[in-house]
Design a protein around this ligand. Structure first.
Ligand SMILES: C[S@@+](CC[C@H](N)C(=O)[O-])C[C@H]1O[C@@H](n2cnc3c(N)ncnc32)[C@H](O)[C@@H]1O
Length: 218
């Protein structure tokens, strides 16, 4: 399982014209994110996926380059990111981003073929997690998948590294990581069936990545 270099090059090229700092940030994200296990979850899928806290949509643009049957509707609170995605959308037309607060999102039931929540939940206040997951579960069509990629609380050195990383990149607000078991329980409480919950980091990388695939029954 590895990364597809030409899809990655095309996804990166879609940020042409963005400030050099933004492009450096995008490149760094492609290095740090566990692209291969995320890509595996989207292989063979099709349709429109909701993506909460999708930021600059780096993952979505890469996945859309890999699989022409995938489209994404991202949601983010940051108007600068929404503006950049709108300005460069002609280079990645199947990935949109709209300005909204994912913790109070009003989404219609049974709308999306699936959902992705990548490294976003730990930025939302913990008492919003139940409602966010319930909204995702409701807005995905029966049979649709929900992929959550987040960061574990263990081992402590990785947790502290992740905390430092987010302090530098996202600001001083605390992060609210859950263990994979806690996150899986949250998804199950929302009526989703968890099919997979696994760590996808390795011992030496400093990010405690994990990935969960859940499915709305039906
Ligand atoms: C760590 S970034 C993850 C970006 C992207 N999903 C990725 O994996 O590269 C978290 C994103 O969540 C967004 N965010 C934070 N709170 C949010 C909220 N309440 N609603 C929507 N987006 C939010 C931030 O603006 C940021 O772009």
């Amino acid at each position: 399982m590895s990364v597809n270099p030409s899809a990655l090059r095309r996804a990166f090229a879609s940020y042409q014209g963005a400030p050099v700092t933004t492009r450096a940030f995008v490149a760094a994200r492609y290095v740090v994110a566990p692209l291969a296990p995320i890509e595996r979850e989207f292989r063979g899928r099709s349709g429109l996926f909701l993506s909460l806290g999708s930021g600059l949509c780096m993952l979505e643009r890469y996945l859309a380059e890999l699989n022409p049957r995938l489209s994404f509707e991202g949601v983010d609170l940051d108007p600068a990111k929404v503006d950049l995605i709108a300005r460069t959308r002609h280079r990645s037309p199947r990935v949109g981003l709209r300005l909204a607060d994912a913790t109070t999102l009003e989404a219609q039931a049974d709308t999306f073929d699936g959902a992705l929540v990548c490294d976003a939940l730990h930025h939302f206040l913990p008492d919003t997690h139940t409602d966010v997951v319930a909204t995702v579960a409701r807005t995905v069509k029966p049979g649709g998948v929900v992929v959550v990629k987040d960061l574990d609380t263990r081992p402590a050195w990785k947790y502290h590294w992740n905390r430092l990383h987010d302090r530098i990149v996202a600001g001083p607000e605390p992060i609210w990581c859950r263990t994979p078991a806690e996150m899986a329980m949250l998804l199950e409480k929302a009526g989703l069936e968890v099919e997979l919950a696994e760590r996808v980091d390795n011992a030496l990388t400093p990010y405690a990545h994990y990935l969960i695939r859940a499915r709305r029954p039906g």
